[in-house]
Design a protein around this ligand. Structure first.
Ligand SMILES: *[C@@H]1O[C@H](CO)[C@@H](O)[C@H](O)[C@H]1NC(C)=O
Ligand SMILES: *[C@@H]1O[C@H](CO)[C@@H](O)[C@H](O)[C@H]1NC(C)=O
Ligand SMILES: *[C@@H]1O[C@H](CO)[C@@H](O)[C@H](O)[C@H]1NC(C)=O
Ligand SMILES: *[C@@H]1O[C@H](CO)[C@@H](O)[C@H](O)[C@H]1NC(C)=O
Length: 469
């Protein structure tokens, strides 16, 4: 096993502006489901992905759809790209699976690694550009540049540093497991994509993150590197047998099948300007003036409603899709014919639809109590038996037409919301606390209120972004 070259070469980064980079932080994923517009356009994908970036994401993607994003789980306003990797599951001794929680979403590095043969010219990939790094079929270390471009860091902030590995580490990682994927940075200069989503790009011809591009792919694009971290330490006392208990959603217990997908949604001229002018050796994006940042409430709140009708969370009898464990070392194969849904279904709402039961509609999630000022100022009630229905019925009985739920237990009533404080389409992810009286319902968040109002005429729940077909 090699020590990944990125680890070594990152030490060189500090030398000067020529090796600068900037990091785009991505908050909680947009959606975790079987969607992959590159490999499986228009249908459910083979396995569950965790998807970050612009809410324009859908089962079939164009550049224009990225630009239509209404919110973004990543911080750069000018970047409506999507970044995705497979979800990680814990595989229990009894055969059940449960998703391993992610630590945030991802950290995306944009590294200005020049090609010595192109006079330092690094270009932003064009609108519509997309690519995949790695292969879900790999089950062993293959001595290739693509294999070296994928690695795992077993995080232990208090202990001695341990070498990164190409497969899953076989010990508990006290601060989580970080998957790392370095994308090809050499482009053929012509094709936005290719049938295998790889051949239009290539790694530099000696190492995955440095050096000249091969003559077949002579255009140096910005080097993109993903870090995605999971809280595997939460399962520290649940190991059994003599191997590690984590599997990727595509039935990989080895980790060698790690792969990532990139769909370019940048404002191309801004990305080019950032490449040309941002020279912070520490990668701090706040020092990169062409790029502007969303507040955390936007990136934390940006969420898409999943629309494949299956469970992906909680204890599962099998991995979603047709993904039996394939331990290798031979390449895995695609399995079909299990009963997993292939169709895209209706979006599953995070709010509770009470239009037909109560004649009230959902209008959104808003910041509340900023500076001690509540946005619904009528009566209020709190309790350990709070539900959406209880709050609405209380407000209705008190003569109000709006009801807001907050922090699992609280209910506020009123008749109007200051237009400046009205909920927008973006922050549903801030209103996901379970209701104290029904954990299957959502009752706002800490400082965030989920609001319903009495319908006037036809009821119309506010439409949140859904994964477009
Ligand atoms: C994308 O949007 C631009 C600007 O609105 C428009 O001119 C172009 O026709 C659109 N392209 C496609 C493929 O829809
Ligand atoms: C399997 O084991 C896990 C962890 O011990 C447990 O929580 C889960 O309920 C079990 N599932 C079944 C189907 O027994
Ligand atoms: C790598 O690419 C450069 C530029 O095209 C070329 O000059 C060099 O010979 C290549 N090296 C190898 C080992 O292929
Ligand atoms: C939110 O709920 C938590 C847990 O019940 C409680 O400790 C906290 O005080 C509440 N916050 C507010 C602002 O009411």
């Amino acid at each position: 096993m090699r020590v990944p070259a990125h680890y070594i070469s990152s030490l060189i980064l500090w030398v000067g502006p020529a090796f600068a980079f900037f990091k785009v932080p991505c908050s909680t994923p947009l959606v975790i489901e079987r969607a992959d517009p590159l490999i499986s356009p228009g249908v459910a994908s083979n396995h569950v992905h965790t998807i970050m970036g612009g809410s324009g994401f859908g089962f079939t993607m164009t550049y224009n759809m990225t630009q239509a994003s209404q919110c973004n789980s990543c911080s750069a306003i000018e970047d409506k790209s999507n970044y995705w990797v497979a979800a990680l599951y814990y595989h229990a001794k009894n055969g059940s699976f449960i998703q391993v929680p992610q630590n945030g979403g991802a950290l995306i590095y944009y590294e200005q690694r020049p090609d010595p043969t192109t006079n330092g010219v690094i270009v932003a990939p064009p609108a519509g550009f997309r690519m995949i790094a790695g292969s879900p079929f790999d089950r062993q270390y293959k001595d290739t540049i693509e294999a070296d471009a994928r690695s795992f860091a077993c995080l232990n902030y208090d202990g001695p540093g341990t070498p990164q590995t190409n497969g899953f580490p076989t010990r508990n990682c006290p601060n989580g497991l970080r998957a790392q994927i370095y994308f090809p940075s050499c482009w053929d200069g012509v094709n936005l994509d290719s049938p295998d989503h790889k051949s239009h790009v290539a790694y530099p011809n000696q190492t995955y993150d440095n050096g000249p591009c091969p003559a077949t792919h002579p255009v140096r694009i910005i080097s993109i590197f993903y870090e995605v971290t999971w809280h595997t330490e939460q399962f520290a006392d649940m190991w059994y047998g003599d191997s590690q208990p984590f599997v990727f959603s595509f039935g990989d217990p080895t980790g060698y099948g790690l792969h990532g997908d990139f769909l370019n949604g940048w404002d191309i001229s801004v990305l080019q300007e950032a490449i040309d002018t941002c020279n912070d050796g520490g990668g701090d994006i706040t020092d990169c003036s062409p790029i502007h940042l969303y507040p955390d409430t936007v990136t934390d709140g940006c969420l898409l409603e999943p629309s494949i009708e299956e469970e992906t969370e909680g204890w599962l009898n099998a991995l979603p899709g047709c993904n039996p464990i394939q331990p290798g070392p031979d390449d895995a194969t695609i399995v079909t014919g299990c009963s997993a849904p292939t169709e895209i279904g209706v979006p599953q709402h995070y709010y509770t639809d009470v239009t037909s039961s109560l004649g009230w509609e959902w209008i959104g999630c808003a910041v509340d109590n900023a500076g001690g000022v509540r946005i619904l100022t009528g009566s209020s009630v709190r309790g350990t038996d709070m539900t959406v229905e209880r709050c609405i019925q209380t407000c209705k009985a008190d003569g109000y037409t709006m009801a807001g739920l907050e922090n699992s237990t609280e209910c506020y009533c009123g008749n109007s919301v200051d237009p400046a404080k009205k909920p927008t389409v973006t922050p549903m992810g801030n209103c996901l606390f379970p209701c104290s009286g029904n954990t299957g319902q959502k009752c706002g968040g800490y400082g965030f209120i989920g609001i319903y109002q009495e319908c006037t005429g036809d009821c119309h729940n506010m439409q949140y972004p859904v994964v477009p077909h």
